[in-house]
Design a binder for this molecule. Structure first.
Ligand code: GLN
Length: 476
């Protein structure tokens, strides 16, 4: 069977009876089986997906199906799904079964999506290569010696390798956009508060957002429409009404786009990524869009600010994994103190421990003002400067990542070097604005590259409409 790139194509094939939903699910299950070397899935819900396919096929035939009927989707392993395991790719939650579903899961199911499995990621979504997963890395389908990106690595590779049509990841500082760029697919981080975080395993609560990874902008828009909106279980989910994003048209309106000159001059920007970025600018200009250089002026502060704040929030969020409440308890637990100490020492991986320790440090009495409080102030400056640029321009354009996918095991031993790889994604996270990564061709070695557009708060409709208009233009 030919792979399908969008739900509308699947729906057309179902409608004229070229395809049945059980056959489509069987085909995806076959591909997942065939591509186990990618290690994208931690668990496949084969039986359930097959039974759901039979039920939803009947609804389609009867004309009573939901908006996502025909969409086979995978979810990152930090999104709770009632009566299913969820581990955040950590040992500490190994074999933990969620007693409830995330709001986004309920919304997918209510619209007849089929959830086919849970996807590998960095442990507690901390990382940018999927190598911190307790269960091992995900491999890039373009070259299996390369990383998938992260933390939603399984979610990006599953779409790249056509193991399902779409996936949901989470993005705290780039985890939907950066793996999407490493895998040549579309990744959208919505505005903070656009999508409920209820049932998402928290990493840094003032940053975390769920976002779709898809082959097309059209499907990203449809998924956002389904998962967005207020939620009585998450007071940070905005009660702004949800536009019908799936009805947006790829309007041929000319836009004003700022690219950050500091980003293009930044150290460590790969030459081919830079060339792809410049090529994209030229193509946008040739289409009549106005693309101008702007100096952001705060680029060197984005990574330290992001890491101080997210580590602080993580140290608090991860206090709940104590060997008593959830998941893993060390066999060496003798009393309360050894239960805490040993379960946490053995249950968490090195990166997670590093972040808990640093996060605790920046919140500690003597250092709170010097680090945490200062980082909050710098976050405000970054947000204000970003908003200021967006009062003069429709979008900000950046490479999604400074390099293409690197080799598995090649990441530096110095965590600071690894953190700097997030330099282009964390600005949107600190500012709480929406951002999308679109495929922008491959480098000479055949590895995908991505371009990112940042939009105004809650203006996903505009960002998606523009993205749909230019997605073919950016591909080579
Ligand atoms: N790489 C970033 C980090 O490690 C982003 C992760 C994310 O968005 N979940 O924090």
């Amino acid at each position: 069977m030919e792979g399908f790139s969008s739900l509308s194509k699947i729906r057309a094939a179902l409608k004229n009876e070229e395809l049945t939903l059980p056959d489509l699910v069987a085909d995806y299950l076959g591909r997942i089986e065939e591509h186990q070397e990618l290690h994208a899935f931690l668990e496949v819900f084969s039986d359930e997906a097959q039974s759901a396919a039979l039920i939803i096929q009947k609804k389609i035939s009867a004309g009573t199906s939901g908006k996502l009927a025909g969409m086979v989707i995978g979810i990152k392993d930090n999104i709770c799904y009632k009566d299913h395991k969820v581990s955040a790719s950590s040992r500490i939650l190994e074999n933990y079964i969620s007693p409830y579903s995330a709001t986004v899961v309920d919304r997918l199911l209510a619209e007849d999506a089929i959830i086919i499995g849970r996807l590998n990621c960095d442990e507690f979504a901390m990382g940018a290569s999927n190598e911190s997963s307790y269960y091992g890395p995900v491999r890039n389908y373009a070259d299996i010696s390369k990383v998938s990106g992260g933390s939603s690595g399984g979610a990006a590779v599953a779409v790249q390798a056509d193991l399902c049509l779409a996936t949901l990841g989470t993005d705290t500082g780039g985890s939907v956009r950066q793996p999407a760029s490493f895998c040549g697919v579309v990744g959208l981080k919505p505005t903070y508060g656009r999508v409920s975080r209820h049932g998402i395993i928290s990493y840094a609560s003032s940053f975390d957002q769920v976002g779709p990874i898809t082959q097309t902008v059209e499907d990203a828009a449809l998924l956002l429409e389904v998962i967005a909106g207020c939620d009585e279980y998450d007071s940070t989910a905005s009660n702004k009404s949800v536009p019908l994003y799936s009805h947006i048209k790829p309007l041929k309106v000319k836009k004003k786009i700022a690219y950050l000159s500091d980003a293009l001059d930044s150290e460590g920007l790969d030459a081919e990524v830079k060339a792809a970025f410049e090529r994209s600018i030229a193509r946008l200009r040739a289409e009549g869009h106005i693309v101008e250089a702007v100096s952001f002026g705060l680029l060197e502060y984005v990574v330290p600010t992001y890491y101080i704040l997210t580590m602080a929030e993580a140290s608090s969020n991860l206090a709940r994994y104590d060997g008593v409440h959830y998941g893993f308890r060390s066999p060496g637990s003798i009393d309360l103190e050894t239960t805490y100490k040993r379960s946490r020492s053995e249950g968490f991986g090195a990166e997670v421990k590093r972040r808990i320790i640093l996060g605790t440090f920046v919140l500690s009495a003597g250092y709170y003002d010097a680090y945490y409080a200062k980082a909050q102030k710098v976050r405000r400056l970054i947000r204000e400067r970003t908003d200021e640029i967006l009062t003069k321009f429709d979008f900000i354009m950046l490479p999604t990542a400074p390099t293409p996918a690197f080799s598995i095991g090649e990441g530096s031993d110095d965590p600071v070097v690894n953190y700097l790889a997030d330099i282009f994604t964390v600005q949107a996270s600190l500012a709480g604005i929406p951002a999308i990564s679109l495929p922008a061709g491959n480098n000479k070695a055949g590895l995908p590259l991505g371009i990112q557009f940042l939009g105004k708060r809650f203006e996903e409709g505009d960002l998606l409409s523009f993205s749909e208009n230019i997605e073919e233009l950016l591909k080579v």
